[in-house]
Design a protein around this ligand. Structure first.
Ligand SMILES: *Cc1c(COP(=O)(O)O)cnc(C)c1O
Length: 360
């Protein structure tokens, strides 16, 4: 039986990448060493890191005045590193609240500064993206933070806010590399690796250089972006194996047409599931406004919890795993990141149709 893993994260990795990692596990390129056993300062690993960085820069067309950092502490640590480093003497920052991850970013930022909630979709249970012309932005804000894809709620921006001189900061943990983006519109982008990049334990940061070097002197060394930038992410021992795996994923993306090609596949995959939901005569419901439905995380449910539980049981028996919705949302959630093959999504869509016919 073919297994399809719909986990929200840590999530499925490209099968080819896992095979390559297996083949290179004990002896990387004839060195007689596993990547896990290499000094991070040795020529082998610095080569791996440089290649991964160059490949990512190419995939996302990262402009020369941006640094790419490989950090630890997950996206959660960024919730505090961002205010620590980007307040630059200012006292407030704008945050857009579109769901659970936005809320966590806000709660952490409030320890460092005044948070101005520029927009919120709390009025409709975080089921949509507030229209930009309703946002109340502060021209004096140190930056504006938003969450382009709410992994739990399944709400995704299909546009980028225009914040003028106020640096735009984005938590792209669950949709980085899934669609084309213009990096130059952002001051800082961050993403925990375990959804669309590689194994957990690595966090990617892309930051514009003029935003570096403004952290207060009291900032812990490890929380200062400039320290990591000045040391090519090797101030201390970086998460070497995670960086190697991310590098293999970047190579896999390049072999498969890069982000532009991936975006087309992702559009098609998402359509298969939303079509299955919309064509079910109300058997399945997706709580998200149509225009703001995520291409990466598709939440849905049936009319009652017992039917949801039966759905999950039968899906699992057919090899479709980790479809249970987040505990805050209930129901089901299909996460269909880059590494989820079209065949997996087709299998799920077919099962959804079949299950609805038998239980409708
Ligand atoms: C998963 C996720 C996080 C949390 O990532 P950690 O690496 O566990 O800290 C934050 N934001 C978004 C949008 C996520 O999807």
């Amino acid at each position: 039986m073919t297994i399809y893993n719909f986990s929200a994260g840590p999530a499925v990795l490209p099968h080819e990448v896992l095979l390559q990692a297996r083949d290179e596990m004990l002896d990387w390129h004839g060195t007689g060493m596993s990547v896990m056993e290499m000094s991070h300062r040795g020529r082998e690993f610095t080569g791996i890191a440089a290649q991964a960085t160059a490949d990512l820069r190419e995939l996302l067309a990262v402009p020369a005045n941006y640094k790419v950092l490989f950090l630890q502490g997950g996206a959660h640590l960024q919730f505090s590193m961002i205010p620590l480093n980007l307040l630059r003497g200012k006292t407030s920052a704008d945050y857009v609240n579109t769901g659970e991850w936005s809320k966590k970013a806000v709660a952490e930022a409030q320890k460092f500064c005044k948070v101005n909630e520029a927009a919120s979709s709390a009025d409709k249970k975080f089921s949509y993206v507030p229209a930009f012309d309703t946002w109340k932005c502060d021209a004096n804000a140190a930056y504006l933070h938003y969450t382009p894809n709410e992994t739990i709620g399944g709400v995704e921006f299909n546009w980028v806010p225009e914040t003028g001189a106020v640096p735009l900061v984005a938590d792209m943990s669950s949709n980085i590399l899934s669609r084309q983006i213009d990096i130059s519109k952002f001051g800082l982008i961050y993403a925990g690796a375990q959804k669309n990049i590689g194994p957990a334990g690595l966090c990617l940061v892309i930051v514009r250089e003029d935003l570096l070097g403004h952290a207060p002197a009291s900032t812990p060394t490890m929380l200062n972006y400039k320290v990591h930038a000045d040391n090519d992410s090797m101030y201390n021992t970086p998460p070497t194996y995670g960086m190697y795996m991310a590098g293999l994923v970047f190579q896999w993306l390049k072999r498969n047409g890069g982000v532009a090609a991936m975006e087309q596949v992702n559009i098609a995959k998402a359509r298969l599931l939303y079509d299955a939901i919309d064509a079910s005569n109300g058997f399945y419901r997706c709580p998200v406004a149509e225009a703001d439905r995520s291409r990466m995380n598709v939440p849905f449910n049936t009319h009652d919890a017992a039917t949801d539980a039966e759905f999950l049981k039968q899906a699992e028996a057919q090899g479709m795993l980790q479809l249970k919705g987040h505990k805050l949302a209930g129901g089901m959630r299909a996460s269909i990141y880059n590494a989820m093959p079209v065949q997996g999504v087709q299998a799920l869509a077919t099962f959804m149709q079949d299950f609805a016919r038998r239980n409708g």
